[in-house]
Design a protein around this ligand. Structure first.
Ligand code: GDP
Ligand code: MG
Length: 309
């Protein structure tokens, strides 16, 4: 049997279930999931390995109209995700009404010339008779290569979907070693895990305003020492994040540390700081700092300078 490999981008509106699908397919957590929209800020590659194939999945930020610097960067990421990919999959929330955002998505996918799959997600919450008209509606508006009703949460329809992807990938050797499940730098994963716990712990108003930067990542023989700063926009949010007697920040730290330990497979000492940075989402420098592609470029530059190259 020939080995197939290639790149599959998953696009869709915020909250459609992109991160959930990626995590289900890869069988572990690589993308953070949240009931609130727009928690995925960077392009994330997850890698699905089979004996006969390797699929590199790209989980893009949600398609939406850009409103601030962060929004623009997210849209630029989504557009970048279309370069060099083999298949595109549009994922939609089958439980929500078809609206302007869906029309925008349908316009958006036209810029891709290869095969486009439609994934109708959350079918665990939709009755079958309602699915058919929805499928018709999408079919009339775009010539999808294939349409799959799935439940990313429960895994329903997911193995059929993966088989269909594989069938359309080119014959090629794998791009990554088979034991690798993501190309994200560990630092970025750690920042995302801290951000996820901060979002879960605070519920109200805070989520969109949270950004996490790793200040220190030191690998010792028996543990990894990590220092991270959580940026928020207002003093009031700082109070919420820290909580009574530091209760909330302590909980965030404990839960994040456990997740980080299980993913990195090492003991972790995690120190968290909270900083108020008014309007960071309008601040191009900080938004740039949060982009890990850029962080990688900077790291490469530093290494080059250090080795005198
Ligand atoms: P993203 O913004 O597209 O990455 O969406 P997420 O993966 O973060 O999911 C958004 C919300 O939808 C979360 O609360 C998920 O638990 C929920 N969700 C995702 N997939 C399914 C599904 O198949 N069924 C149901 N019932 N909920 C889902
Ligand atoms: Mg997401």
């Amino acid at each position: 049997m020939p080995f197939r490999s290639g790149f599959v981008a998953i696009v869709g509106r915020p909250n459609a279930g992109k991160s959930t699908l990626v995590n289900t397919l890869v069988g572990r957590k690589v993308a953070i999931v949240s009931p609130r929209p727009q928690t995925t800020r960077n392009r994330i590659q997850a890698i699905l390995n089979r004996d006969d194939a390797q699929i590199v999945l790209i989980d893009t930020p949600g398609i939406h109209k850009a409103e601030n610097v962060l929004g623009h960067q997210m849209m630029a990421e989504a557009a970048r995700a279309l370069q060099g990919i083999d298949l595109l999959s549009l994922i939609v929330d089958a439980t929500s009404k078809f609206g302007a955002g869906d029309r925008f998505s349908l316009q958006w996918i036209k810029r891709f010339t290869g095969p486009v799959f439609l994934l109708l997600n959350k079918v665990d919450r939709v009755s079958k008779p309602l699915l058919l008209p929805l499928i018709d509606r999408y079919r009339q508006r775009f010539d999808f290569a294939e349409i799959f009703p799935i439940s990313a949460l429960r895994g329903e329809g997911c193995s059929d979907l993966v088989n269909a992807w594989v069938a359309r990938l080119p014959e090629a050797p794998p791009y990554f070693p088979p034991d690798q499940f993501t190309d994200q730098p560990e630092r970025f994963l750690v920042a995302e895990l801290v951000r996820e716990q901060a979002i879960h712990a605070t519920r109200q108003e805070v989520p969109h305003a949270v950004a996490v930067l790793i200040d220190r990542f030191e690998e010792k023989t028996d543990l990894i020492k990590i220092r991270a700063t959580i940026y928020i926009e207002r003093q009031g949010q700082k109070g919420i994040l820290i909580g009574k007697g530091g209760e909330t920040i302590k909980k965030i730290g404990t839960l994040a540390r456990r997740e980080i330990e299980s993913i990195l497979g090492a003991h972790v000492f995690l120190e968290l700081f909270v900083k108020v940075q008014p309007n960071w989402r309008q601040n191009a420098t900080l938004v740039h700092q949060l982009d890990w592609h850029r962080q990688l470029e900077q790291l490469a530059k530093i290494e080059q300078e250090e080795t005198g190259g």
